[in-house]
Design a protein around this ligand. Structure first.
Ligand code: NDP
Length: 445
């Protein structure tokens, strides 16, 4: 690591000792930026890295809401507006009991580079709450979302900050959030993405992250003389990203044999039946164990990390951060995994990533591989500004073009600055260069 990057990382560790996920994400990024920092000594005089790792603004707020028993409950809300050098802040909202400032800051830091890689004019932000949507009634979800927006509305807007979904935030939650924003402000504007199709949403947004992941993984495989055809695939999670990753990789000729949720995983040697998963997860909002009760021959195992013991050619982690540790990575490698595409954000620990890279496994890091979601969110913003709706095919074609463009950028940056095929360095460097350029041009702000 360069002296300057090292110094910034040490300072960051001291100031944020209680934020392990944020330090983990920053360590990976700063370590891989060495060749860029070496070529640009002017960055140090401009305090560029010092500014880059510090969010422009952190908003932390109380979210009181009333449960079905009439009792007042209180959660914490967050919005981290990380970097607006290349456009308005853009990034999802996560509702999960594990949410804290460390997690929102790691997601925000990664989002800055991811959004840059899309080539679209969007800065990086992230938000959410430690509210647990599991087991809550529809009315409780609505009252929570309305209360959350009653504070958040003053910090966002179509030209300042445009949130979207993430874990625990899908079409239903975006609807309740949007309704409350409109009611408070009186504005019908593209302030959130992932909206319903009859009120400003974009076709293919729901599919975008999962489809985009597969477009990028396919490009990576082809660049290395392989293809998804005939490959055995394991997809973790069974939410938005996992479901549409399964759909696209299956269309590409892969066979998905396992999926999971936070309780356990199902294995189906004949290939997971996606219509059954969609019924259980999207329609009934039930647990994945139901799959084994409905599909003969399928097996359910309690505990989600066991999914990585299933032999596969392609692993697509699409659940959450740090779901693949070093031991799981080594098991996957021993079982012959050829490629890993990160659908979730930071699903591999630093040690797991190193193990994959050392073993020569093709590794597509999250900020490149799952950028399709935010890319189509930016296309939703464009459609809202134009007051137009594009067809599914038009959006899907643009998504594909963006993902192929991202692969070219990270491939070229890896070759120019690091080692050919080191897509982790390639993604960090290609994403960073554009943001750094804009920050230098805009002065010390
Ligand atoms: P969803 O809420 O739709 O689904 C999340 C899935 O992951 C569920 O199956 C959930 O299981 C499982 N999960 C959540 N937490 C854990 C945990 N601690 N351990 C094991 N499994 C867990 O979220 P998304 O599909 O939208 O998001 C998944 C990942 O993709 C996240 O990392 C997110 O940041 C990332 N991402 C999402 C984008 C999007 O467009 N939605 C864009 C880019 C990245 P359960 O139902 O049991 O909670």
């Amino acid at each position: 690591m360069s002296d300057y990057a090292q110094k910034v990382l040490e300072g960051l560790k001291q100031r944020n000792a209680d934020q392990p996920e944020f330090i983990q994400a920053a360590t990976e990024i700063l370590t891989t930026l060495k060749p860029v920092i070496d070529r640009h000594p002017e960055y140090e005089d401009a305090g560029l890295l010092d500014r880059y790792v510090e969010p422009e603004r952190v908003v932390l707020f109380r979210v009181p809401w009333i449960d079905d028993q009439g009792k007042v409950r209180v959660n914490r809300g967050y919005r981290v507006q990380f970097n607006s050098a290349i456009g308005p802040y853009k990034g999802g909202l996560r509702l999960h009991p594990s949410v804290n400032l460390s997690i929102i800051k790691f997601l925000g830091l990664e989002q800055v580079l991811k959004n840059s890689l899309t080539g679209l004019p969007i800065g990086g932000g992230k938000g959410g709450s430690d509210f647990d949507p599991k087991g809550k009634s529809n009315n409780e979800i609505m009252r929570f979302c309305q209360s959350f927006m009653t504070e958040l509305f003053r910090h966002i807007g179509q030209d300042t900050d445009v949130p979207a979904g993430d874990i625990g935030v899908g079409g239903r939650e975006i609807g309740y959030l949007y309704g409350q924003y409109k009611r408070i402000t009186g504005l019908y504007e593209g302030v959130l993405t992932g909206k319903g199709l009859t009120w400003g949403g974009s076709l293919a947004r729901k599919e975008a992250t999962g489809f985009g992941l597969c477009y990028l993984v396919e490009a990576m495989l082809r660049a290395n003389g392989q293809s998804p055809e005939g490959k055995t695939v394991v997809v973790s999670g069974s939410g938005n990203v996992a479901i549409y990753a399964n759909q696209k990789i299956t269309e590409m000729g892969g066979k998905v044999v396992a999926m999971s949720d936070s309780n356990g995983y199902v294995y189906d040697k004949d290939g997971i039946k996606l219509d059954v998963i969609k019924q259980i997860k999207e329609v009934e909002r039930k647990r994945i164990r139901e799959y084994a009760e409905r599909v003969p021959g399928a097996v359910y195992t309690e505990g989600c990390s066991g999914i990585w013991t299933i032999p596969c050619d392609i692993a697509l982690p699409c659940a959450t951060q740090n779901e693949i540790n070093e031991a799981s990575a080594k098991t996957l490698i021993k079982n012959g995994v050829k490629a890993v595409g990160e659908g979730a954000n930071m699903p591999s620990t630093l040690e797991a990533t190193a193990a994959f890279q050392q073993a020569g496994v093709l590794f597509a890091p999250a900020k490149a591989a799952n950028a399709g979601g935010v890319a189509v969110s930016a296309l939703e913003m464009s459609q809202n500004s134009q007051r137009l709706s594009w067809t599914f095919d038009e959006v899907d074609q643009r998504l594909k073009g963006i993902m192929l463009g991202i692969f070219s950028k990270i491939d070229e940056a890896a070759s120019e600055y690091a080692t050919p095929g080191d897509y982790v360095s390639g993604a960090n460097i290609a994403g960073f260069l554009k943001v750094a350029d804009a920050m230098m041009a805009q002065g010390a702000v």
